[in-house]
Design a protein around this ligand. Structure first.
Ligand SMILES: C[S@@+](CC[C@H](N)C(=O)[O-])C[C@H]1O[C@@H](n2cnc3c(N)ncnc32)[C@H](O)[C@@H]1O
Length: 250
């Protein structure tokens, strides 16, 4: 968990708006969410906000896969305009991380546990922690869809039946398998212009980058992939530019 001084968060946001994203709209509510992130840099949060802002031009709901206690959910909620009718879908096991698979080789031992297997069960959170954070930004309860459970079950369950379009997805799951199934799920529901931010691309577990690289290889020409400036951290931003791979069509 990190604590950022409010003044520092505002200063960093101003720097990004001056030098990286000059068109990013201001939002007076943003500073509070930037100051209360858990393990997400302010720089990464600005990329998330910028991707979300672009995705607001297309139809669809906003999703976070791996919401934990809701620190980044709060950021997303505070960026969705109050008169916007989109739903905010938040997924988590609320049992912490699953067992890693063989693709999840440890590259950054962030908690000093000594092996990737020891991360199973880490990052345990509760649903009420998420709801409390969303209440702080007055996000309407009737537009929250909190889906508890393991993604391999929940993404094929009736719970996601009403989720037919996704404009923006933040995927923050750490390991190969859940990122892989979340990307496949989002791909089928995302219109052109939608945006996906995947955290930990090249950080913590090798599995995150591998999942993304395999996904992009399976859908050539469908996404524009951008990496952030180095100071912002390790993640990637995928903007959907074609529904069907132009290399495969016809
Ligand atoms: C790094 S945390 C998310 C942090 C949050 N996005 C934030 O920045 O505040 C990763 C979360 O993913 C969840 N998770 C990982 N694999 C999952 C799976 N297969 N199904 C459901 N949740 C999963 C964990 O429970 C954990 O809360």
């Amino acid at each position: 968990m990190r604590n950022v001084h409010r003044g520092d968060a505002i200063e960093i946001e101003n720097l990004y708006r001056s030098f990286v994203f000059p068109d990013l709209p201001r939002n007076p509510a943003r500073a509070d969410s930037l100051q209360n992130l858990h393990g997400t840099s302010v720089g990464e949060a600005i990329y998330i906000v910028e991707g979300l802002s672009r995705a607001m031009n297309v139809a669809g709901d906003v999703c976070e896969f791996g919401c934990n206690e809701g620190a980044t959910s709060r950021l997303l909620a505070s960026e969705i305009a109050p008169d916007d009718k989109r739903l905010l879908w938040l997924f988590d096991s609320f049992e912490g991380l699953p067992a890693p698979t063989e693709q999840d080789r440890l590259i950054d031992d962030i908690a000093g546990l000594g092996s990737i297997e020891r991360y199973q069960g880490v990052l345990l959170a509760r649903e009420d922690q998420v709801r409390d954070k969303l209440a702080l930004v007055k996000f309407p309860e009737n537009r929250i869809r909190l889906v508890k459970g393991w993604l391999d079950k929940t993404l094929t369950s009736a719970a996601v039946g009403p989720l037919d379009k996704i404009a923006f997805a933040y995927i923050d799951l750490d390991f190969y398998e859940p990122i892989k199934i979340s990307l496949a799920f989002v791909h089928g529901k995302m219109p052109v212009g939608g945006v996906i931010v995947v955290d930990d691309y090249g950080f913590f577990s090798e599995g995150a980058k591998l999942s993304v690289d395999e996904f992009l290889a399976a859908h050539p020409g469908c996404y524009d992939m951008k990496l952030p400036i180095e100071a912002a951290g390790k993640f990637c931003v995928l903007t959907k530019i074609a529904g069907v791979s132009p290399l495969r069509a016809g």
